[in-house]
Design a protein around this ligand. Structure first.
Ligand code: IMP
Ligand code: MG
Length: 179
């Protein structure tokens, strides 16, 4: 069915910035006197992570992985593939993964297993949004920006089919073609 899609504001830029500041303060405390590797999951992390690291006040190293899962554009299919692995050694390092959203939990559960095999001193997960409705695997992020029950979100890095990432707020999109 092809209908008009529409978007509705869920978290304003001001609300997001306040929350990012709170998360950064919390993280700065937990990671005091360490030099963590902040590992972003591309592409969705790019805005959140850039705001977060600038507020951390910690000598972090920054790296990225790129993951993809086969299948529909609005949900992960379960088969995760790492198209870009970390570019620096994570052995013995505290690793903080930054991701846009956890939905079924498949992507981050897979990444957790992968990272643990690399021998970091710790692995924790910071997600902007935790969406509980479609959780399939028992995955709990250590730091969560916002909990939402359901809905497909775009903006502030989050996309629908590569669109809307640039929006400074977070919106719920409805009426998109596949879902
Ligand atoms: P999971 O493996 O189902 O937890 O899915 C995580 C990935 O699915 C995220 O990294 C996003 O790319 C995508 N995703 C899930 N829900 C949304 C959403 O509401 N908006 C945008 N992307 C989403
Ligand atoms: Mg993603």
């Amino acid at each position: 069915m092809s209908g008009q899609s529409s978007i509705k504001l869920v978290f304003s830029p001001e609300v997001i910035q306040r929350r990012v500041q709170e998360l950064a303060a919390h993280l700065a405390e937990d990671y005091a006197d360490t030099e963590p590797v902040v590992l972003g999951v591309l592409k969705g992390c790019f805005i959140f992570m850039s705001d977060l690291v600038r507020r951390l006040n910690l000598p972090v190293e920054v790296d990225f992985v790129r993951l993809s899962s086969y299948g529909a554009s609005d949900t992960s299919s379960g088969t995760v593939e790492m198209t870009t692995p970390p570019s620096i050694s994570l052995e013995g390092r505290p690793v903080l993964v930054v991701e846009d959203i956890v939905d079924t939990g498949r992507t981050l559960s897979w990444l957790q297993q992968y990272l643990e095999s690399l021998g970091p001193s710790s692995v924790r997960f910071c997600v902007l949004v935790d969406k509980a409705e479609r959780r399939e695997l028992d995955f709990d992020a250590d730091y969560v920006g916002f909990h939402v029950p359901k809905g497909f979100l775009v903006g502030y890095g989050l996309d629908y089919d590569e669109r809307y990432r640039f929006l400074p707020g977070i919106y719920e999109i409805t009426g998109q073609e596949s879902s």
